[in-house]
Design a binder for this molecule. Structure first.
Ligand SMILES: Nc1nc2c(c(=O)[nH]1)N[C@H]1C(S)=C(S)[C@@H](COP(=O)(O)O)O[C@H]1N2
Ligand SMILES: [Mo]
Length: 319
């Protein structure tokens, strides 16, 4: 059942969800994980989390699955700029300054553009869409994201005929992002899509979740969401979008091209060299580690919308 079927609106759920996540954090704090630094961070973060966005649910993009609770969506994260553990982003991302913030769209476009984040936010109506998300590590969530199709921004800058790919570059500031002091990634975090993938209506330029501005740990103030690909393709805290003729070098394929390809479409038939991709574990299942694994679907269940972009391609080769 999708959450739109519930009688409760996201705006009603959210304060409760925040309350729950606070309780969880208080428990963690009591266990000593946060230490004395908790109090000031805590109140600021709760404040940021309560900023509402005005959103319009788009019925064409509502996964039927039960959404993952706000608590898990905002506390079990991958955001290596703030550390490599799932709990690091919520603990460390408060140092990220999301204003002022600009996003530059450049490269092979007729009208390059640098936009203030608040202007970017107003470029098109913000839709709420419930997407299934699948991490390459084998877990998944179902998240109500708020944003608009990236194509609306790309059309504005008018891609040139020679543009074949789109590169996304995240912020990398050592002062704000303690994780960037490690050399696990050659910062900044970089991702890329083929131009047709970037123009696909499913590809969401995302400013919020559950009807609120993005929590910092989820990639504030603006990130990408590409639900038919493994989670790492959905770059967070984007500062630059560049249209190119050549396939861009992406962070994960640079780390290990055998393990992480450029396409990284969710595909139960193509295993990661070190593990199977045929099934997944839904985060937040009340049965926890004992919850039955669920079958991973081709293109994460979005075949109808995206399979046509790959006809004739050997997806075992172009993984
Ligand atoms: N800049 C940046 N973007 C990133 C990552 C990251 O480490 N840095 N992690 C990726 C991975 S592996 C996943 S699964 C998703 C997680 O998004 P979420 O924490 O909002 O669920 O973000 C992706 N985007
Ligand atoms: Mo991921």
């Amino acid at each position: 059942m999708g959450y739109t079927d519930h009688k409760i609106l996201p705006s009603d759920i959210t304060p409760q969800a925040i309350f729950e996540s606070r309780r969880q954090l208080i428990k963690l704090a009591a266990a000593g994980s946060f230490g004395l630094a908790l109090a000031p961070w805590f109140s600021r973060n709760a404040l940021a989390a309560s900023q509402k966005l005005s959103v319009l649910p788009n019925p064409a993009f509502m996964a039927k699955d039960e959404p993952t609770s706000y608590k898990y969506v905002t506390s079990y994260n991958n955001f290596y700029e703030f550390g490599t553990d799932k709990g690091d982003p919520i603990a460390n991302a408060n140092s990220l300054q999301t204003r002022p913030w600009t996003v530059t769209i450049e490269g092979l476009v007729k009208k390059p553009l640098t936009l203030d984040i608040d202007a970017l936010l107003k470029l098109a109506p913000i839709e709420e869409r419930v997407y299934r998300m699948r991490c390459v590590e084998g877990w998944s969530m179902v998240i109500p994201w708020d944003g608009y199709s990236l194509s609306k921004l790309l059309n504005k800058v008018e891609p040139l005929g020679s543009a074949k790919y789109v590169e996304f570059i995240s912020l990398a500031d050592r002062k704000q992002m303690p994780g960037t002091k490690s050399n696990i990634i050659d910062w900044p975090y970089r991702e890329g899509l083929r131009l047709d993938e970037a123009m696909n209506p499913l590809t969401l330029l995302t400013f919020g979740l559950y009807g609120e501005v993005l929590p910092k740990q989820n990639g504030a103030p603006v990130r990408l969401v590409v639900p038919w690909k493994y989670g790492f393709k959905s770059a967070k805290s984007i500062v630059k979008i560049r249209l190119t003729e050549e396939m861009p070098k992406t962070s994960w394929s640079q780390i290990d091209p055998r393990e992480y390809g450029f396409y990284s479409n969710v595909n139960p038939l193509v295993d990661h060299p070190r593990w199977s991709q045929a099934s997944e574990r839904r985060i937040g299942d009340p049965k926890g580690m004992f919850a039955p694994k669920i079958k991973t679907e081709m293109f994460n269940g979005y075949s109808e919308q995206v399979a046509g972009m790959y006809t004739g391609m050997d997806l075992k080769k172009f993984y």
